[in-house]
Design a protein around this ligand. Structure first.
Ligand SMILES: NC(=O)c1ccc[n+]([C@@H]2O[C@H](COP(=O)([O-])OP(=O)(O)OC[C@H]3O[C@@H](n4cnc5c(N)ncnc54)[C@H](OP(=O)(O)O)[C@@H]3O)[C@@H](O)[C@H]2O)c1
Length: 316
């Protein structure tokens, strides 16, 4: 087992690794942890596709990475995870432009926004963080099947402790909206999706991982007022007196580790934090994964309702 931990960075994880010939597709590749993931794997020779919904932001991310790594092999693609048609268009374009995807990093996310709906009428956080990635993964799966050492990493969060998925009302149609319950259920969905993927695709050599990156100051807090940010920090500090922010390279380390670690070979459907597989823990406020997030019955029900909502079956 590695001695990686909370302070490990992306470059620590990748030290000595050559990712030449590996294609890495990263959603939310224009900001924060996604951009750092793209930078780090490109620095080790990977061909990187940065996906985002704004070409200008993607271009800025490419310029920033290239300023450090002029030889980085980077491409961009437009993908708005809040639009089923947009996701399908991205999938079609990816099929025309790329031969394969070895590592799919479902990293994009929105946190604690006021109640809003995606173009297709789904609650914004569930719709973007889970359903968007569910359909995108389905659309990209033919490319992933052509990869080698195939892995799918889904960015979850310790915020999954806030709430299980309400499988009867994921879109808050008959319950009052709460931005943290919504974020929590979407991040639980990211873990359950990893469990469902592992179950359906392990026979094809595809493994899936959920990741909590830590607490990192990125653009993720954009929807929070100063008061909400202060309240969140107080809540975190109370539940974890040892809490400290990670740097962005420390924050992106666990997703890069889940995508590349030799010790995870042949083993998926797990939740990782601080560059380790986390223990199941239904009490701790400072770590671990909740039972409801790894439950196969929950994963299967979420899979079924997700297929119904996106209007497509997704089979292994
Ligand atoms: N930072 C933390 O402390 C923390 C903790 C736990 C989990 N996470 C998870 O880590 C992941 C990365 O977050 P981050 O901290 O790097 O945040 P970030 O800097 O805000 O990056 C989020 C990315 O998601 C993209 N995105 C949001 N909505 C989208 C949509 N509809 N379609 C396509 N892309 C969309 C954003 O694009 P735009 O720039 O166009 O908005 C941005 O590229 C998220 O899944 C988050 O839940 C982060």
């Amino acid at each position: 087992m590695s001695d990686f931990g909370k302070n490990t960075t992306t470059d620590d994880v990748l030290a000595g690794k050559d990712l030449s010939g590996t294609t890495v597709f990263v959603t939310g590749g224009n900001s924060g942890l996604g951009q750092e993931t793209g930078r780090a794997v490109a620095a080790h020779g990977a061909h990187v596709v940065l996906a985002g919904r704004d070409q200008a932001k993607l271009d800025a991310a490419v310029a920033a990475i290239k300023s450090d790594h002029p030889d980085a092999k980077l491409e961009t693609i437009i993908c708005d995870l809040g639009s089923l048609d947009g996701i399908r268009a991205c999938g079609r374009e990816a099929g025309e432009r790329f031969d394969k995807i070895d590592l799919l990093i479902n990293n994009a996310g929105v946190m604690a926004c006021p109640f809003a709906k995606t173009s297709d009428g789904f609650e914004m956080q569930f719709g973007t963080n889970h359903l968007g990635h569910f359909l995108l993964t389905k659309c990209l799966m033919p490319l992933v099947e052509k990869g080698s050492n195939k892995r799918i990493v889904n960015l979850s969060s310790r915020g999954h402790h806030f709430a299980p998925v309400d499988l009867d009302d994921p879109n808050f149609r008959s319950r009052e909206y709460n931005e943290w319950v919504s974020y929590g259920q979407s991040k639980t969905a990211n873990v359950l999706f990893s469990v469902g993927l592992e179950d359906r695709f392990t026979d094809k050599g595809i493994h899936a991982y959920a990741v909590h990156p830590g607490g990192i100051q990125t653009n993720l807090g954009r929807h929070m007022t100063e008061e909400q940010s202060a309240a969140l920090i107080e809540r975190i500090s109370k539940s974890d007196p040892d809490f400290s922010w990670k740097t962005i390279p420390q924050g992106a380390a666990t997703q890069v580790w889940a995508a590349t670690a030799d010790e995870l070979e042949g083993r998926g459907g797990v939740y990782c934090e601080d560059c380790h597989v986390a223990e199941v823990d239904d009490e701790s406020t400072t770590g671990g994964v909740r039972t409801y997030a790894l439950d196969k019955g929950n994963a299967d029900r979420l899979w079924t309702i997700s297929e119904e909502m996106v209007g497509e079956t997704f089979t292994g």
